[in-house]
Design a protein around this ligand. Structure first.
Ligand code: PEP
Ligand code: MG
Length: 325
């Protein structure tokens, strides 16, 4: 059975009726790239760059980061590599950035907020990304964007890094695509506005579920209420996908939902362009995509959107998936 799944993993993520969905990988370290390629990953949809900043006594230098991104882009070329800028803080502790005594770290100084507070450190990363950009197909993505101002600030710093490199005579890809993580309810609500500012969206459901439902899933008292198919979550995702498509930009989903066989057909019904997941799960998810029809996925999505509760949705989804997939 496993051999059968692996054999099909290099075929494209395409339904029986010809609908194409890109299946990419989420990784944290360079040495995971071979698993991505062996398992049929069509690119890196999420490279969690924070891991190169963790568990070390000094911050990484620009050259170290440049070498890492260069290697990654070169090995994956011509496939796209989406580098998410430093998403430190809260659950991802980077000791070299100092320890913050925050009462509510998840609502505190993390990700893009932390980077804008340490602009010099952030700019080093942006310079390294730009310098590596000519080696392959690199896109940059900003985490935890809550509104327009943060996108504009991040883009301004990127422009500053470009100007510096130009002055130094370093070359880079001037049109490197810029995207944002859609993982805060505020960003979801104004998706139409944010879509005009960037080249792509990537929906981070791990955080979006946490912030939409107010549930810390590592908290054992409430973790059972962390529900990916809560109607509010499904509608949020649908809203983001529609807003992206209306603006003519690509939209991907890179949270754990992308590796859940019960969730993927619903995302396909929304005609999401890409999903990005842990490399180990790619073959199984590709198999689900290749056995589905868009027609069935759209029917399932319609039922799910009409469902008033998680329990009803879960029952519906299980019944449909076991029957059809
Ligand atoms: C997410 O929030 O869904 C996501 C992919 O980012 P991370 O899990 O790294 O926070
Ligand atoms: Mg996140």
């Amino acid at each position: 059975y496993q051999a059968g799944i692996m054999r099909g993993c290099h075929l494209p993520g395409e339904t029986i009726d010809g609908y194409r969905i890109k299946v990419k990988a989420n990784i944290e370290m360079l040495d995971e790239v071979s698993t991505v390629v062996n398992n049929g990953g069509e690119g890196i949809g999420l490279y969690r760059t924070e891991y190169s900043y963790m568990n070390r006594s000094k911050l990484p230098t620009e050259d170290e980061l440049y070498q890492e991104y260069l290697d990654l882009a070169t090995i994956m070329s011509p496939r796209r590599v989406t580098l998410r800028t430093l998403d430190a803080g809260a659950d991802k502790f980077v000791s070299t950035l100092g320890s913050l005594d925050e009462r509510n770290p998840a609502l505190g100084l993390r990700a893009i907020r932390l980077c804008m507070r340490h602009r010099e450190i952030f700019k080093i990363q942006l310079r390294a990304i730009l310098r590596a950009s000519l080696a392959g197909n690199i896109a940059v993505m900003f985490p935890m964007i809550s509104g327009l101002r943060e996108i504009r600030q991040a883009k301004a710093l990127l422009a500053e890094a470009k100007a510096e490199l130009r002055q130094e005579g370093s070359r880079f890809e001037a049109d490197m695509p810029i995207g944002i993580m859609m993982e805060l309810p505020s960003a979801v609500m104004i998706a139409e506005i944010l879509a005009r500012e960037v080249d792509f969206f990537s929906i981070g459901t791990n955080d979006l579920i946490q912030y939409s439902l107010g549930i810390d899933r590592t908290n054992r008292f409430v973790s059972h209420m962390y529900q990916p198919l809560h109607p509010a979550v499904v509608r949020s995702i649908k809203h983001v996908v529609d807003a992206a498509h209306q603006a003519g930009i690509e939209v991907s989903l890179c949270g754990e939902m992308a590796s859940d066989p019960f969730c993927v057909p619903i995302l396909m019904g929304m005609q999401i362009d890409c999903i990005s997941l842990t490399p180990q799960a790619i073959p199984g998810i590709k198999r689900i995509i290749r056995q589905a029809t868009m027609d069935d996925c759209k029917k399932l999505l319609k039922l799910v959107l009409e469902s008033p509760s998680v329990s009803r949705t879960n029952a519906l989804v299980q019944e449909t998936i076991f029957r059809q997939f």
